[in-house]
Design a protein around this ligand. Structure first.
Ligand SMILES: NC(=O)c1ccc[n+]([C@@H]2O[C@H](COP(=O)([O-])OP(=O)(O)OC[C@H]3O[C@@H](n4cnc5c(N)ncnc54)[C@H](OP(=O)(O)O)[C@@H]3O)[C@@H](O)[C@H]2O)c1
Length: 313
């Protein structure tokens, strides 16, 4: 048996429940993991919000896609992207279904080695944000000496975009609440408050223009300011405003885009190694017991402290 968090209906975080479920032994190509920490992402609550449909045959909805833990058992031919997997291995699980669990049965392809340099919380919360960030910088070709505008620069994804853009040699202007400005400066970015007058504030900071814009928020303001500043729409990307991207011809990544999925899959081992080498850090804002998954979602939906939320089984 294992305890898992599920959404028993479509709605707000109040629909999240903790239940016990039977657990099979790993079949060929599968790995059973004792979970140590679980990454929390906005998509986890969006999926039961009704925003992506409300087909009741999908209930209860198993939540979460990423975790870290220790391998308890493996089926035959349990070879992951980095090679054979064995009981006792410390691992990162990525792209899993139902990661909000004490124990998790996953395909070996979802299991990567956890470097000793990464603690359980960081390892659990790493790959959604780092993979998404990498994807945005790849499709916009951000490079040395360029000026990039990052909307939501203090967010889970945004804070990695800032660090990875700086590592590419770019100048970064990042939007955030004033309380997060010192943290952005510490990454070498130039903070600016979002809200009325954002376009003028960015123009004042970058009179020579903006080369690329990365939107991790999806507001009309972020999109409008990006379109006003960057004439080449192939150098604007959003991770949230999918409708506007389709209508107005700029880029989006994620959201079921197969090229995005492939790019992230190909990059995941390198991103783990890069995090382990200290090239970028994943700030952890807060941990919650697995039983408080609904509370974590309610807090993540509201104005919340900078960094990732992590659940501990
Ligand atoms: N397409 C994909 O593959 C993909 C992958 C991951 C996430 N996402 C989506 O991307 C979004 C961000 O995810 P996340 O994990 O980074 O969430 P997060 O950690 O909650 O960060 C969101 C950030 O947005 C900022 N923000 C809030 N209101 C804003 C506004 N009006 N204008 C500008 N910034 C504002 C906040 O910064 P302050 O605290 O400074 O206000 C907050 O830190 C979510 O919608 C998520 O579902 C998409």
């Amino acid at each position: 048996m294992t305890r898992v968090a599920v959404a028993t209906a479509f709605g707000g975080p109040e629909v999240v429940r903790i239940v016990d479920e039977a657990l099979a032994q790993p079949a060929a190509g599968q790995v059973l993991v004792e979970v140590k920490a679980i990454g929390v992402n906005p998509i986890d609550y969006k999926l039961y919000s009704g925003a992506f449909g409300s087909d009741s045959s999908t209930l209860p909805l198993h939540l979460g896609s990423e975790a870290s833990g220790v391998v308890l058992a493996v089926g035959n031919s349990a070879t992951g992207p980095a090679g054979p997997i064995a009981a006792g291995d410390e691992v990162i699980v990525t792209g899993a279904k139902g990661a909000y669990a004490e124990k998790l049965l996953v395909p070996a392809d979802a299991v990567l080695p956890k470097p000793a340099e990464l603690d359980w919380e960081t390892a659990a919360g790493l790959l959604v944000v780092a993979g998404t960030s990498y994807d945005t910088l790849e499709v916009t070709h951000v490079g040395e000496g360029e000026t990039v505008l990052v909307h939501g620069a203090a967010g889970g994804v945004g804070s990695i975009v800032v660090q990875q853009a700086k590592a590419r040699g770019a100048r970064v202007i990042g939007t955030a609440r004033a309380v997060n400005h010192d943290a952005l400066r510490a990454y070498g970015a130039e903070p600016v408050e979002y809200g009325d007058g954002l376009l003028e504030r960015v123009k004042a900071l970058a009179p020579g223009g903006i080369d690329a814009a990365i939107d991790t928020v999806g507001t009309d303001e972020a999109v409008d300011v990006s379109l006003a500043l960057v004439s080449d729409t192939s150098r604007i990307v959003t991770i949230a405003a999918f409708g506007r991207a389709a209508d107005e011809g700029f880029q989006s990544v994620g959201g079921g885009n197969p090229q995005s999925a492939e790019r992230r899959k190909n990059a995941r081992l390198a991103l783990v190694a890069s995090a382990a080498a200290g090239d970028f850090s994943v700030p952890i804002a807060k941990t919650f017991p697995l039983a408080d998954a609904g509370t974590a979602h309610a807090e993540l939906k509201a104005e919340h402290p900078r960094g990732k939320f992590v659940l501990i089984p």
